[in-house]
Write a protein that binds this ligand. Structure first.
Ligand code: PGA
Length: 247
């Protein structure tokens, strides 16, 4: 995996946005794999500015988000569809019908998971997938124990993930307990992957991902199986890495 250590959150966001913009410029029909959470907010801000100031064109691109909470209607304020609309989709020229987020309130969730996998395949697969990393090493909502053969499915959130995400809800009781998430196999199917991490709380997970053994206990470590991963971390998130990797 290629490791890029930058000074801070701002630099991480800029570097990541630059990689995405380059990809979309080189291949206007890029299929983007997108993530939510606190980490990519700055990257989306940069992408909006690259579109509005520099004319980066998303009109022929498509996007697939990693995950969505089970039970939240698309327009719920805390749904990942709403997050994407607010942080990115409302500000760039990616046509709405080309944006895909799993439907967390589908009546038949199993059928929804199948449909989502098929839609990704029909689009020709994901060209560039953006990932964050959970404090517990999860990617998407693939919690510890997720194996490399998992595809889009309904998953149960761990207590630590619900606690981490409670900041967006009025109380932890309101955090959904399940999500629809792309699986590890879905993620590994992307042609390129960019993983972002910022802040000391991520340092341990980043070190286990890059220097630990390959294990479903740390789902991000399974990215070692992929030939084209760029990990962009700030100094704090890099702070638990060995001197060898940091130099
Ligand atoms: P965060 O979440 O960006 O809000 O830290 C990352 C993740 O859980 O994957």
């Amino acid at each position: 995996m290629k490791l890029v250590i930058v000074k801070d959150y701002n630099d991480m966001s800029k570097q990541a946005a630059k990689l995405i913009a380059e990809e979309v410029t080189r291949n206007p029909k890029t299929v983007l794999g997108l993530a939510t959470g606190g980490t990519p907010v700055g990257m989306y801000r940069e992408l909006v500015s690259l579109h509005q100031q520099d004319g980066v064109d998303f009109s022929q691109a498509q996007s697939f988000n990693l995950d969505e909470y089970v039970g939240l209607p698309s327009l719920h304020p805390q749904s990942y569809r709403t997050y994407m609309n607010e942080n990115l989709f409302a500000h760039i020229n990616l046509p709405e019908e080309k944006t895909h987020v799993p439907q967390g309130d589908a009546e038949d969730l199993e059928a929804e998971c199948k449909r989502y996998e098929q839609a990704i395949a029909q689009a020709g697969g994901i060209d560039i997938q953006v990932l964050g990393i959970g404090n517990n090493g999860h990617i998407g909502f693939n919690e510890p124990g997720s194996t490399k053969d998992t595809t889009t499915r309904v998953v149960a959130l761990t207590q630590s993930t619900m606690e981490a995400n409670a900041r967006y809800f009025d109380s932890i009781q309101e955090v959904p307990t399940q999500a629809v998430s792309m699986g590890i196999q879905t993620i590994l199917g992307a042609k390129k992957i960019i993983l972002l991490a910022s802040g000391e709380a991520k340092a341990q997970a980043v070190s286990q991902m890059l220097e630990g053994e390959l294990t479903a206990d740390v789902p991000a470590s399974l990215l070692q199986l992929h030939p084209d991963v760029t990990v962009i971390v700030d100094e704090e998130a890099a702070s638990a890495l060995s001197a060898k990797l940091r130099s």
